[in-house]
Write a protein that binds this ligand. Structure first.
Ligand SMILES: NC(=O)c1ccc[n+]([C@@H]2O[C@H](COP(=O)([O-])OP(=O)(O)OC[C@H]3O[C@@H](n4cnc5c(N)ncnc54)[C@H](O)[C@@H]3O)[C@@H](O)[C@H]2O)c1
Length: 249
C-alpha cells in the first residue's frame, strides 16, 4: 500500500494473534518490522514469517509495562534501522473477574500492561518521530472500552484509557506531523478469545450484525489504511473494526 514500502515499524505483542497478523500485513506492503513480545519464541516465529515474506525483521523480548525495557528496545531498533516510521501498540492482556472479587493485582496488571505499556512505548518512540517531524502511531483499543462489560472492569478501564490517551497524543503530536489513532476491534478470533466458553462465543456472535467474528487480518487492514498515504489526514480517531457490533447496540 502506498507510503508503507521501505518503512520500519514496531509492533508490540507481536508473538501471536492480531499482532502477528499486523506484522505480516505490514510486510506484505513492504515494511520491515521490529517484532516485540514478552514471549521471545513467539516473537522469533513471527520474525521468521516476516522474513519468509521477503522483509527484514528483528525479534526482541520486550515487556511494555517496564519503561526501561521499552527504552532499551527502542534504542536497539534504532541501531538496527535508523528510523521508525510506524508504531503499533498492540500488546494487551485480560484478567477477568467480577468487580467485588477483583484483586488489586488483577486490576494493576491489566492497567500496567494495556495502558501504561501504551504510554511507555509511545513516549519512547514519539520522541524520535517528533524530531523527524513524521510518524504514524496506532493503538489497539477495544469495543469493551466503549461499551463496558461485566467481569472486565479492569480491561474496559484500560481500553477506555487508551482512547483518551490517543486523542491527547494526537493533539500534542499533530503539529509535528505525527498521526495517532486507535482501532476498537470487536470479537476477533485469536488465542485470547478461543478460551471463552462456546455459549459465550455464540452469545457474542448474535450481537454482531455481520454475523461472524473478525480475523486478525480484518484488524490489520485498518492498520494498513491508517499508516499508509491513504490515512494521512486522519488523526485522533477511533476506528471500530467490529462487524457493526457497537453500532447495533
Ligand atoms: N481478540 C479479540 O477479540 C480482541 C478484541 C478487542 C481488542 N483486542 C486487543 O488486541 C490486542 C491483541 O489481542 P490478541 O487477541 O491478539 O491477544 P493474544 O493474547 O493472542 O496476544 C497478545 C500478545 O501480547 C503479548 N504480551 C502480553 N503481555 C505483554 C507485555 N507485558 N509486553 C509485551 N507483550 C506482551 C503476549 O505474549 C501475546 O503474544 C490486545 O491489545 C487486545 O486487548 C483483542
Amino acid at each position: 500500500m502506498k507510503g508503507i514500502e521501505g518503512t520500519t515499524a514496531i509492533v508490540t505483542g507481536a508473538g501471536r494473534g492480531i499482532g502477528r497478523d499486523i506484522c505480516l500485513a505490514l510486510a506484505g506492503s513492504g515494511a520491515d518490522t521490529a517484532v516485540l513480545d514478552v514471549d521471545v519464541e513467539g516473537a522469533a516465529q513471527t520474525a521468521g514469517l516476516v522474513e519468509e515474506a521477503g522483509r527484514g525483521a528483528l525479534a526482541l523480548r520486550c515487556d511494555v509495562s517496564d519503561a526501561e525495557d521499552v527504552q532499551r528496545c527502542v534504542r536497539e531498533v534504532l541501531e538496527w534501522r535508523e528510523q521508525v516510521h510506524i508504531l503499533v501498540n498492540n500488546a494487551g492482556i485480560t484478567r477477568d473477574n467480577l468487580l467485588l472479587r477483583m484483586s488489586g493485582e488483577e486490576w494493576e496488571r491489566v492497567l500496567r500492561i494495556n495502558l501504561t505499556g501504551t504510554f511507555n512505548m509511545t513516549r519512547a518512540v514519539a520522541k524520535h518521530m517528533f524530531r523527524k517531524r513524521s510518524g504514524r502511531i496506532v493503538n489497539i483499543a477495544s469495543v469493551i472500552g466503549q461499551m463496558g462489560n461485566a467481569g472486565q472492569s479492569n480491561y474496559a478501564a484500560s481500553k477506555a484509557g487508551i482512547i483518551g490517551f490517543t486523542k491527547s497524543a494526537a493533539k500534542e503530536l499533530a503539529p509535528r506531523g505525527v498521526t495517532v489513532n486507535a482501532i476498537a476491534p470487536g470479537f476477533i478470533d485469536t488465542p485470547m478469545t478461543a478460551v471463552l466458553p462456546e455459549e459465550v462465543q455464540d452469545q457474542m456472535r448474535r450481537m454482531i450484525p455481520l454475523g461472524r467474528f473478525g480475523s486478525g487480518g480484518d484488524v490489520a487492514n485498518v492498520v494498513l489504511f491508517l499508516v499508509s498515504d491513504l490515512g494521512s489526514y486522519v488523526t485522533g480517531q477511533v476506528v471500530n473494526c467490529d462487524g457493526g457490533m457497537v453500532m447495533a447496540r
